[in-house]
Design a binder for this molecule. Sequence first.
Ligand SMILES: [Fe+2]
Length: 269
Amino acid sequence: MICNKSDIDNLHDNGFILLKNVLESSQIEKIKKIIISNPEGKGVPENIYSTSFKSFLMKSIKVEFKKIINSLYFLHLKNQLKLDSYTSTFFNQKSKISQIDGYHNQKQESEILPWHCDQSYSGAKIVKKIKSPDDFGLKFFFYLTNVGPGNGCTSYIPGSHKIAYAVRSCMYEKKIEYQPYWSINDFVNLVNKKKYYPLIVDKLDSQEILNEFLQKAQNVILNKKTDLFDFSALPGDVLIFNEGGFHKGSKPTKNRRVVLRYIYKKILK
Ligand SMILES: [Fe+2]
């Protein structure tokens, strides 16, 4: 996978990029076969692959040899695609793989996940320790099936990662008190608070960027069926995105959705 400067610039500016034809057809078939042999849905232990020595050791003890072979294959694939070097260029420092997983969802009429941002404590009511705003992941979503507007694509609001970063920074610096902001509605309510809005403008050094985001956010809140931020991708394409921005997993209404994910994080000092 070629990492060029304009991709990295786009990732920093918009929070995401879509690269076409990254996987070969034999790789697509092999990966798809592995993933659909596991239970449906995200977060199922069977769908998470080993990335650490400890995890490989545990799998050896449990005699899960098939899982070991598949994990080795996915590690080999990331090396072949030079994902480590890609993310280190993005973060401008060394990064590490934090998770490899793959999952599938049947054709359905409900969203896989509504508009939300990651690194938001899953919307917890109370959070004791606020993490550094730099503690966020870069995610690679390899599509193994067709996705498109209203059909399983991971819609993303361009530039929203900058607003979420500013909010996380203000919370870390104790300028803003924590309140749940996982969902886009909660996040907009927080940003619009009279006492917080100027602090976020100050952090962004731009009122225009914040207002542009609020307009886009209002659009998706009021118009649930909008496909304004959707895109089409074919098996073998990859969406790379900053997980801090607002995204959603749209309904796979036309066909089953199968994805392989690599999640990377910056090594924080
Ligand atoms: Fe997410």
